[in-house]
Design a protein around this ligand. Structure first.
Ligand SMILES: NC(=O)c1ccc[n+]([C@@H]2O[C@H](COP(=O)([O-])OP(=O)(O)OC[C@H]3O[C@@H](n4cnc5c(N)ncnc54)[C@H](OP(=O)(O)O)[C@@H]3O)[C@@H](O)[C@H]2O)c1
Length: 168
């Protein structure tokens, strides 16, 4: 089974502030939905709260927390206490791909292990951010595709969809 990260990060690697995103990019939301639809999504407890503590439809939702009682009876969500447990459940349920969808704590614990990083690079910097993605290690990952988009009336920032694959 393939293990991937999907993340939107700025030029300074900022990904969030006050447990929210730093931008509204509708095309990135569409990209995320299309990419992860029908797959498994794994997220930290804070990211789950940042999306309103509701499962994303059409996907197996797995939340990682050290508080096992949390969301125990929450509809549409599996609660686990390690990333490995989330990956094991996904594999057991027969999914082809598991997406690590954040936030920074969970990315940091998985970035060395994943096969692919789907990075939406937001071409701006956010000095007031409080949460960051780690810079991609180019000795481990190679950029295999890049799709650039300019800012427009619906998108305040230019952005690029980048795909990074582990070098063999
Ligand atoms: N730009 C993007 O693509 C993107 C994507 C996702 C999130 N974000 C942003 O990232 C921010 C949230 O990220 P974050 O780093 O603060 O939090 P997070 O990674 O979403 O969640 C952290 C929580 O996950 C649990 N956790 C972490 N490691 C664990 C482990 N090894 N075992 C068990 N539980 C573990 C803990 O939950 P407990 O405290 O309950 O034990 C911890 O407090 C928000 O601003 C959000 O908007 C951005």
């Amino acid at each position: 089974m393939k293990v991937s990260i999907v993340v939107a990060a700025a030029e300074d690697n900022a990904i969030g502030k006050d447990n929210q995103l730093l931008w509204k990019l509708p095309n990135d939301m569409k990209f995320f939905k299309n990419l992860t639809w029908g797959m498994s999504v794994v997220m930290g407890r804070k990211t789950f709260e940042s999306i309103g503590s509701k499962a994303l439809p059409g996907r197996l939702n797995i939340v990682i927390t050290r508080q096992p009682a949390l969301y125990k009876h929450h509809e549409g969500v599996k609660v686990v206490s390690t990333v490995q447990e989330a990956i094991d459940i996904t594999e057991k349920e027969g999914y082809k791909e598991v997406f690590i969808i954040g936030g920074s704590e969970i990315y940091n614990q998985t970035v060395e292990e994943v096969d692919t990083i789907y990075l939406t690079k937001v071409h701006a910097s956010f000095p007031t951010a409080d949460t960051y993605f780690t810079a991609i290690d180019t000795t481990i990952f190679a950029l295999i595709s890049e799709d650039k988009h300019l800012a427009d009336e619906k998108h305040s920032y230019a952005y690029s969809f980048e795909t990074w694959k582990r070098k063999s």
